[in-house]
Ligand binder design. Structure first.
Ligand code: HEC
Ligand code: HEC
Ligand code: HEC
Length: 409
């Protein structure tokens, strides 16, 4: 008996040492590297492609790559990344020749976006930069055509890149679970846009990747076969708002009690485009804003998600901000409407409030900006609050915006 125990002890020790050794290996190795075989393609930059590319990228890439202060795709911190993955910064993808992607070949961009392997270093780009393996060739080429265009959003911006620092857990995942994808061996055709369900599936699982956030856990998403992702569209993934407080993606299957089963197509369109639920409550960051999505795209995603098996998953409640004792009406409104989820407790996050005080010295202009930002910035992803915020809250809210802006100068 004693002998058996001794051997068992040695076996356990060996396993512990092996695991420990592997843990250290993961800790000290950099991200894995792979061979690079960049396709030699030159994408013709037709006006149609540039327009289509802009349409897609303004929803897809801007969400992560747009800097709140430069307002171009010059890269920024991924504030919504859960802490267990470490700290990540998106990169400068403007046309700057050295700091951006101005000198990259078209094929290098396609290679990175498809495989997830960095064409310059061969390193696997961690899971926080999505890989577009199901996107049609035409759509992906349109995005690349737009990145090379003279659009203001990608105009050369002199901003240095900041390296990400993946956590042990993130490195562990890319060592054992997340692998790069093969460059497609055959062309990926454009989906049938006249069949709403087919087109909606393409958009929700191959372009806008709604399922990545709206399933059980980002770590278990099945990118090759999205519909096999555990908890597909049943929600529950934890993410963070810009103050790094927990937010949970909703159950958006058509279950009538736990999902969006009672929503009409129009209510779904309003939710995605305007950012409000049928009951008038704001859908908060980090849920991306669909301001650039077309009616057809939204109708298609509604039709497709309706066909997804329903789930009764109950999603944990997202962080609720409680105002401090003696908070003004404006401070309370800043928290309850979710300004804090985008602009942060200090006024800088996904949107920057530091200049608002100087830019709009008189209150009536500042209030007009808050009411309807799109009459100032036509493409802004900030919700239009006109009719959503109580009239007697605006003046105090404007005062709070000034206070935040001044405090963080
Ligand atoms: C969910 C956030 C997210 C989205 C969406 C996203 N990116 Fe990224 N991207 C990142 C992060 C983070 C990195 C840096 C990865 C790292 O840590 O090395 C990155 C890196 C890159 C790089 C490498 C640049 C370099 O100099 O190394 C390119 C090119 C790029 N992204 C292009 C795009 C394009 C084009 C889109 C839209 C089709 C897009 N990204 C969408 C987060 C994102
Ligand atoms: C970056 C992660 C992320 C992505 C990508 C994403 N969502 Fe969301 N979504 C969220 C979060 C988080 C919430 C919850 C927000 C809240 O609590 O106010 C949410 C809420 C929603 C809601 C509101 C449901 C409810 O009543 O709470 C709908 C509808 C929705 N998302 C649809 C979509 C669709 C359609 C797509 C793809 C076009 C999508 N989402 C992509 C994170 C995401
Ligand atoms: C979904 C994210 C989001 C929410 C929620 C949001 N904003 Fe914004 N806001 C932005 C972005 C992004 C900008 C920058 C304008 C742009 O480039 O689109 C902005 C700009 C502004 C500006 C103008 C800043 C300037 O320099 O011109 C003010 C003022 C402002 N927001 C106030 C508010 C208030 C008050 C609330 C809540 C009632 C709010 N925002 C809610 C994203 C948001």
């Amino acid at each position: 008996m004693k002998r058996v125990l001794k051997w068992l002890g040695i076996a356990v020790l060996a396993i512990v040492l092996l695991i420990g050794g592997f843990a250290l290996y993961v800790q000290f190795r950099s991200l894995p590297t792979y061979d690079v075989a960049v396709p030699s393609v030159t994408i013709e930059r037709t006006p149609e492609r540039i327009a289509r590319g802009r349409h897609l990228a303004m929803s897809l890439c801007a969400e992560c790559h747009r800097h709140p202060t430069t307002r171009t795709l010059s890269g920024t911190q991924m504030l919504d990344l859960p802490e267990q993955f470490g700290i990540a910064y998106s990169k400068n993808i403007t046309n700057h020749p050295t700091k951006g992607i101005g000198a990259w070949k078209d094929g290098e961009l396609l290679w990175l976006l498809r495989t997830g392997i960095h064409p310059k270093t061969g390193q696997y780009v961690p899971p926080w930069m999505p890989k577009f393996i199901h996107m049609s060739d035409e759509d992906l080429q349109s995005i690349v055509a737009w990145l090379r265009s003279d659009d203001g959003m990608v105009s050369s911006t002199d901003q240095d890149n900041i390296e990400s620092s993946p956590s042990w857990f993130a490195k562990f995942l890319v060592t054992i679970a997340f692998k790069p994808f093969d460059y497609p061996a055959s062309p990926i055709p454009q989906p049938d846009t006249t069949n709403l369900v087919t087109y909606g599936k393409y958009l929700a699982t191959g372009v806008y990747d709604c399922y990545a956030c709206h399933s059980a856990d980002i770590a278990s998403m099945n990118q090759l076969e999205p519909e096999k992702t555990p908890g597909f569209f049943g929600g529950g993934t934890q993410m963070l708002d810009v103050n790094r407080n927990p937010m949970y993606a909703s159950n958006i299957t058509f279950d009538k009690t736990h999902g969006i089963g009672t929503w009409t197509e129009q209510q779904f369109i309003t939710a995605l485009r305007d950012g409000f639920r049928p009951n008038g409550t704001p859908i908060k960051y980090p849920m991306p804003r669909g301001v650039h999505m077309s009616d057809l795209e939204l109708r298609a995603m509604y039709a497709y998600i309706k066909t997804v098996p329903t789930s009764t998953n109950v999603v944990p409640a997202s962080h609720v901000y409680t105002p401090a004792a003696g908070a003004t009406v404006g401070e309370k409104a800043y928290l309850s409407y979710g300004c804090v989820n985008c602009h942060g407790s200090k006024g800088i996050g996904y949107g920057d409030l530091r200049l608002a005080d100087k830019k709009y010295p008189d209150d009536s202009t500042l209030i007009s900006v808050i009411r309807n930002i799109r009459s100032f910035y036509p493409e802004s992803t900030m919700p239009i609050w006109e009719g959503r915020i109580k009239e007697d809250e605006y003046a105090s809210l404007a005062a709070h915006v000034r206070k935040l802006g001044r405090a963080t100068q």
